[in-house]
Design a protein around this ligand. Structure first.
Ligand SMILES: [Cu+2]
Length: 150
């Protein structure tokens, strides 16, 4: 093997690795990074629950959270908390939560959140629930959310 050929090999391997990372629906490195996922404890199952997290888009292209699925609730929805002109707080479902390339979106109390409508069981402190997030470009990413009071 010539010295020139030997020098080329590592760069070819790197190129292949990068191509692998950019494939759609891959939750690996270079994809959507979800941290700090947690869900609020519930009192029984009458009221809807809520889940929060931080999502960073490291895919290199604009994306959006478009749906959420979980065994913890029959009808999870992406919600936004808003305040109207008179100062009344309310919330409403959003069809998509845009996350620009390189951007971070924080779902937190008083802001965006995952509303866990029709809980299938009480959310008990210390347990965890799984949430499968579907992104328009990156596909599905499943995260574990710790259940805690706040
Ligand atoms: Cu809500």
């Amino acid at each position: 093997m010539s010295a020139r050929r030997a020098a080329m090999l590592p760069s070819m391997v790197l190129a292949l690795a990068l191509a692998g990372c950019s494939s759609a629906a891959s939750p690996s490195a270079g994809a959507m990074v979800v941290t700090g996922a947690w869900a609020r404890t519930s009192m029984g199952t009458e009221m809807a629950g809520a889940a929060y997290m931080t999502i960073t888009n490291e895919t290199g292209r604009a994306d959006a959270l478009i749906s959420v699925a979980t065994d913890a609730a029959a009808n999870p929805e992406i919600h936004q908390t808003t305040e109207d002109a008179s100062g009344m707080m309310g919330m409403h479902p959003v069809e998509r939560l845009d996350i620009p390339a390189g951007g971070t979106v924080t779902l937190e109390p008083g802001g965006f959140h995952i509303m866990l409508i029709n809980l299938t069981g009480e959310l008990v402190a210390g347990s965890t629930i799984e949430l499968t997030l579907t992104f328009e470009q990156a596909g599905e990413v499943t995260v574990s959310a710790e259940v805690r009071a706040s």
